[in-house]
Design a protein around this ligand. Structure first.
Ligand SMILES: Cc1cc2nc3c(=O)[nH]c(=O)nc-3n(C[C@H](O)[C@H](O)[C@H](O)COP(=O)(O)OP(=O)(O)OC[C@H]3O[C@@H](n4cnc5c(N)ncnc54)[C@H](O)[C@@H]3O)c2cc1C
Length: 571
């Protein structure tokens, strides 16, 4: 822990800066639609899941078209860091890092289903289906990514942010081999790539295989044959509705439901104001399959993070997310002025405190308040995670010279939102309690040990923490706050995307409540119930499974019988 992180220049090593050196490729624009309306398979959605399924279907000899609701392709995948967590993969094996099946299975089971997990029990205590999904991911991840490499998707290690570590560290690094599971796309220039480069690589491969992408095609209905098999879709386009048919079936990779207020209100365990997936993540697949007798699962879960409330209340797609807020002289408190979480925990884990309930059923941490001093506000040391900009003057920054003044300004801001923030207000003794909390935090920072939340005790926190005061060697994640002025960003619990939906089998078949597959209907990614349950296994544990289960689905879908199409009835 004796690193002077402030002295480093992580900016020069940051993946997204390197990405910009190579230029940010635009989102795929799609091709003008042709008259062709019948294919072997219709793929809906053009993020990771849609592209991977389309590529492997074409590789298996199927004719495919991708339909995309937005005016450009790429989905949320384009915005992502493109980290892909694959606990057994060929790259790590080639480097002599032995995959550890026992560790990985226990790790995934424990985080996905903490209430069921029992290391001594059969299936680690998990229900049959939950265990099978996790096992399928472990067993097939390496195969799927080997196959992606064969198709031309270059891979390399996802890097450490500071460059101090051999590669990205496990988010929960209780294991010796904390490296090797995080893959990243390798650009043609040989650099690691972000989401926009991943999409460019996938869409170039799709173009080369003759897979058409039709943008501005929002699928609004499923078409069934007389036997109840899904044989096509109806899509809304700027020129009116069109019907398209898939002789073997239809695959959905349409993302989650964040931008559907009704679904959020029905399923999220508390008020969710929005998130940062693309605005077309409206849960269409959930609503389309309702009439087919599916059973929804995992609907109250997602890939958690935090967002400033000001950006969420704008009611749109938030650009980025708070990975780990940079700086050492900062802390988060709730409306009672108390710390409730290790502020340097990785986003998903940190976000979970927002949904905790107190004895009276209320949400004591509905909003958290990121408090920091001038060092954090004005420090110019480049770092990858400084979002949103902490400088006073930004809409989301509230300041005060003293704790009392900060509390008054904060409470006035909350009051101005009224019902939009559920009339949430600070406790009357917030300023007093905040002063006591900062005093205690400052003591821990001076000692270098956070007795309450163990901040800075995981290596991944050191890699992500960002700039620290010069000479802060004891614990570079903590430093006493100055005497003021103080600044604050109000944070709400949020998601990169939700990950609940209809159940699908390990090979992507969408299941009815009785467990039988709906013929011809396949799906993967955030539009179906995730194998990850409540967990976020590590950086990239959304895209790794999305690719793996899309590969499995494509293999199965390519084997479906060809059906007579052309006259489907809308479901
Ligand atoms: C800032 C940020 C960083 C992230 N970093 C990472 C990371 O490093 N690693 C990781 O694993 N995950 C990361 N994620 C999460 C990851 O991006 C998503 O979980 C993943 O991209 C989801 O892939 P998908 O294929 O399921 O959906 P998407 O990529 O969202 O694709 C779904 C597509 O379906 C389209 N669609 C929706 N409805 C319809 C319809 N009715 N008709 C036609 N098309 C439709 C959408 O427009 C969209 O293009 C990040 C997310 C964000 C926002």
């Amino acid at each position: 822990m004796s690193k002077d992180l402030r002295a480093r220049d992580p900016y020069a090593e940051a993946w997204w800066i390197k990405a910009m050196v190579d230029g940010i490729p635009p989102r795929p624009a799609g091709q003008p639609p042709t008259d062709e309306d019948t294919f072997d398979v219709i793929v809906v959605g053009s993020g990771m899941s849609g592209h991977v399924a389309a590529l492997f279907l074409a590789d298996a000899g199927c004719s495919v078209v991708m339909l995309e609701a937005a005016s450009e392709g790429g989905g949320t995948t384009y915005k992502s860091g493109a980290g892909m967590w694959v606990p057994d993969n060929s790259l790590m094996r080639r480097k002599g890092i032995a995959p550890d099946r026992g560790w990985a299975m226990n790790h995934m089971a424990k985080l996905a289903h903490p209430e069921d997990y029992d290391p001594a029990a059969e299936r680690l205590g998990l229900e049959q289906r939950a265990y099978e999904l996790i096992e399928a991911y472990y067993e097939n991840g390496a195969k799927a990514f080997d196959e992606l490499e064969r198709l031309g998707v270059g891979l390399m290690d996802f890097p450490s942010y500071t460059g101090d570590y051999p590669a990205m560290i496990e988010y929960h690094n209780e294991i010796d081999h904390g490296y090797g599971a995080h893959l990243s796309p390798r650009t043609p220039e040989g650099r690691w790539g972000a989401g926009f480069q991943l999409v460019k690589i996938l869409s170039d491969l799709a173009d080369a295989k003759g897979i058409g992408l039709r943008v501005d095609h929002r699928v609004t209905e499923l078409l069934e044959d007389a036997d109840g098999a899904v044989i096509g879709v109806r899509a809304a386009t700027p020129d009116g509705d069109v019907e398209l048919f898939g002789r073997r079936g239809v695959f959905f990779g349409t993302g989650g439901y964040v931008h559907n207020q009704k679904l959020r209100d029905e399923h999220w365990p508390g008020r969710l104001y929005g998130g940062c997936p693309v605005i077309t993540s409206r849960g269409d697949f959930i609503e389309l399959t309702e009439k087919l007798g599916v059973e929804l699962e995992n609907m109250g879960h997602g890939w958690g993070t935090q967002h400033p409330v000001e950006l969420m209340l704008a009611d749109g797609e938030v650009a980025e997310h708070v990975g780990v807020y940079p700086g050492d002289s900062n802390l988060m408190v709730n409306a009672g002025g108390r710390r409730v979480v290790n502020e340097k925990l990785i986003y998903h884990e940190r976000s979970q405190v927002h949904w905790e309930r107190d004895e009276s059923g209320g949400y004591p941490n509905h909003l958290l308040f990121l408090i920091y001093d001038d060092f954090v506000a004005y420090d110019e040391t480049p770092t990858i995670n400084r979002w949103p900009d902490p400088k006073p003057g930004n809409d989301w920054v509230i300041s005060g010279d003293t704790f009392e003044e900060l509390a008054a300004n904060l409470d006035a801001r909350l009051a101005s939102y009224g019902e939009r923030l559920l009339d949430y207000r600070l406790a009357p003794d917030f300023a007093e309690q905040l002063a006591a909390t900062v005093d205690r935090f400052n003591g821990f920072a001076r000692a270098g040990v956070d007795e309450d939340f163990h901040r800075g005790e995981r290596e991944v926190e050191l890699d992500w923490t960002g700039p620290a005061h010069a000479g802060n060697h004891k614990n570079p994640t903590m430093f006493p706050l100055d005497d003021g002025p103080y600044h604050c960003i109000i944070l709400a619990g949020s998601v990169l995307d939700t990950n609940g939906g209809p159940k699908a089998s390990v090979d992507g078949k969408v299941l009815r409540a009785d467990g039988t597959p709906i013929p011809g209907l396949y799906a993967a990614g955030n539009c179906v119930a995730s194998a990850a349950g409540a967990g976020y296994w590590s950086g990239g544990s959304t895209l790794g499974p999305a690719a793996t289960f899309s590969w499995l689905a494509a293999r199965s879908l390519a084997q479906e019988p060809t059906r007579v199409v052309g006259q489907g009835a809308a479901v």
